[in-house]
Design a protein around this ligand. Sequence first.
Ligand code: CUA
Length: 341
Amino acid sequence: SGRLSLLVMLLLMSGCFGNENLTALDPKGPQAQWIFNNMVLSLYIMAFVTLVVFAIFFYILAKFRRKEGDDEYPKQVHGSTVLEITWTVIPILLLLVLFVPTIMGTFEFAESQAPEDVEDAVYIDVTGHQYWWQFDYEEGFTAGQEVYIPTGERVYFTLNAQDVIHSFWVPALGGKIDTVPGIENTLWLEATEPGTYMGKCAELCGPSHALMDFKLIALEREDYDQWVEDMVAKADVEQPEDSSVQQGYEVFQESCISCHAVGGAGSASGPTLTNFADRKTIAGYLENTDEQLEAWIRNPDEFKQDNNMIPFPEEDLSADEMDALIAYLRSLDVREEDDPE
Ligand code: CUA
């Protein structure tokens, strides 16, 4: 439905393409579908109004044009009660057509609790930081930058911010919602199919606002349960089991631990790295390769201006230490096989 209007919107919004599922025009969940339907509805209404106005306009241009023999100044009219009521009532009716579904949906989507007959509903706390995302799970672990959810059910988010106002937005799944320091907002999202959905901060929050990206990864319920189990297991691991990354673990303890946690739950000043090796990106948007990782650790500000990470030049972290650290970070994976995506 709405193929023509869709094409027009695609054209207007083509700047938004080239990123994984970063579009509101290909909805992958009930909330996004509802938003999309409302967009199409309002486009139809606007198209209808434009057509009617132009039709009347051209009709009047033609009908009341100056004809031969028209030498008199036409009769001057000062008002028409019928016309004025008409062009007041029609827009009110059109607005009501948009108002009713908008308000009903808005309340439904603000629902913060699962109905009582739903078992094992997933609740996730989201915290926005300059410039990264923290996701706290009820099971007692924390994830940074990538939030995992089960597919085909409502997932309930409670949103908050650490420093300034951010906005949590996964365009393919639903509407954006502000994360505000000191205030708890709520939102639910549902993904109808498994996949990786790109998320954005949608509120100007500082120089690197545009880079405050995250991923929402929807897994089938059993894969999700497995992931949770693995994250819980990881949360308790202190020492690496693999002795080959022992040196990197020590470097990490010395240089990184004051800002980054591995395992455990709750906030640190930097993203929790429990499942860092599973991440598709570094810092939310850089490709997760060893070269990129080293470049990032050496000089984070080059990639994300105004972020809080301390740079580690060679005098603070030798090339050997860097290699060991990267090997340790690469060992921090939870998911056995790679995502099929
Ligand atoms: Cu956070 Cu923009």
